[in-house]
Design a protein around this ligand. Structure first.
Ligand SMILES: Cc1ncc(COP(=O)(O)O)c(C=O)c1O
Length: 376
């Protein structure tokens, strides 16, 4: 939250409030104020190659609301099952299941979602994170992107592209454009301010295939009559004034140095671990050797004030998977990154030493939960 551009946001809010008229103060159009949809269409075209227009952009309360609207729209298209990536976001899976849609997990490998497997399931809609797969960090390969788009065209299906951290790319190769640019009629592009700014704004956007825009608009109008007009206008101001670009340049450089500190600390303290995926986003996926018990390690890390998630909580299919940690390093202070990796190493050493020792008699004790040093 320390990276939120408070001064710029306040300046935009002031400008908007001083001039606020009917557009900002009356009920907004459910899809969003034209000023923001216009600004987003231009911005997303420029930074992510998204092909959209004012008419196809919808402003939402984060990606979560976009997903909720889509879960209501899909059954109207005769689609009741949504394929999801495995591993994938377990919270999103619960969200989709709770909406009444069924989910089918589809494996992800080093190139992204397995499109052959996807085709074999017979579904017609899929939720993917092509730019930076959650949680593994894989960037979908060019061939896989082509295969996925071909699948969508063949089954007349829909791809939901969750571009949750599309602004953060640290690799020397240029970031592939949004998948949506390859098939705007078959892809809903969804973005969010949750990573670029803060989740508390509850601000997101979708670029919807033109033939679905009116139907999704009707569904939205039964939900909430649109998003707060002043916040929308302030966000439009942040984009068009160039303040968002400047903010992102600033935080990108901060996150890049954290990313470097993180990989150096892994090399130093956890040389047996592998940082998977590409240099993008604000979290890393750390694969660990098979002798490590993931849940024991997560608990032991927490006992050392390091809050990490185990990779297994994001796995849906059966089968054994090597231990992995999902580590959000971007909000940690630089010094805290090395300390956290050292603490994880200590926890690994303890686990390995414990296995070599004869089992001790069980000890019953209460452990106070320490304040987490980092969130993932
Ligand atoms: C995979 C993924 N998608 C989307 C989001 C953003 O969701 P929202 O915009 O509802 O905050 C997150 C979290 O930031 C995420 O981890």
């Amino acid at each position: 939250m320390t990276n939120f551009p408070r001064i710029e946001w306040l300046a935009c809010y002031r400008t908007v409030l001083a001039a606020a008229g009917r557009d900002e103060l009356d009920y907004p159009p459910v899809a969003g104020l034209a000023a923001l949809r216009d600004a987003l269409a231009g911005y997303l075209g420029r930074v992510r190659g998204v092909r959209g227009s004012t008419d196809t952009v919808m402003v939402t309360a984060g990606f979560a609301q976009g997903l909720s609207l889509l879960c209501e729209a899909l059954p109207r298209l005769g689609v009741r099952t949504l394929a999801i990536e495995d591993p994938g976001h377990s919270g999103q899976r619960r969200f989709i299941d709770d909406s009444g849609m069924h989910t089918v997990p589809v494996p992800v490998d080093a190139d992204g979602i397995d499109v052959e497997y996807l085709a074999s399931t017979g579904v017609r809609a899929v939720l993917v994170t092509p730019a930076h797969q959650f949680p593994t960090g894989v960037t979908m390969s060019a061939q896989r992107r082509r295969d996925l788009v071909r699948w969508a065209e063949e089954v007349d299906g829909l791809i939901i592209e969750d571009d949750y951290d599309g602004e953060f790319w640290f690799d020397r190769h240029s970031r592939p454009s949004a998948l949506q640019s390859m098939a705007p009629d078959h892809v809903v592009y969804a973005g969010t301010a949750s990573k670029a700014l803060v989740p508390g704004l509850r601000l997101g956007w979708m670029v919807i295939p033109p033939h679905l825009a009116a139907m999704i608009g009707r569904i939205r109008s039964r939900h909430d009559l649109g998003s707060d007009g002043i916040t929308q206008r302030a966000f439009a101001e942040l984009i068009t004034s160039g303040m968002l670009d400047r903010h992102l340049r600033r935080v990108r450089s901060r996150y890049r140095s954290r990313r470097e500190a993180f990989t150096q600390a892994v090399d130093l303290h956890l040389p047996f671990a592998r940082v998977a995926g590409s240099s993008a986003g604000l979290h890393a996926y750390l694969e660990l050797p098979p002798d490590i018990d993931e849940s024991v390690l997560v608990e032991a890390a927490l006992a050392r004030s390091v809050l990490v998630h185990g990779g297994r909580r994001h796995r849906f299919g059966p089968g054994e998977h090597p231990a992995a940690l999902v580590i959000g390093y971007s909000t940690l202070p630089l010094a805290g990154i090395a300390e956290s990796m050292y603490a994880i190493r200590d926890a690994v050493d303890e686990q390995r030493a414990g296995r070599r020792r004869p089992p001790a008699a069980p000890v019953h004790r209460r452990v106070a939960r320490p304040a987490p040093a980092g969130r993932c």
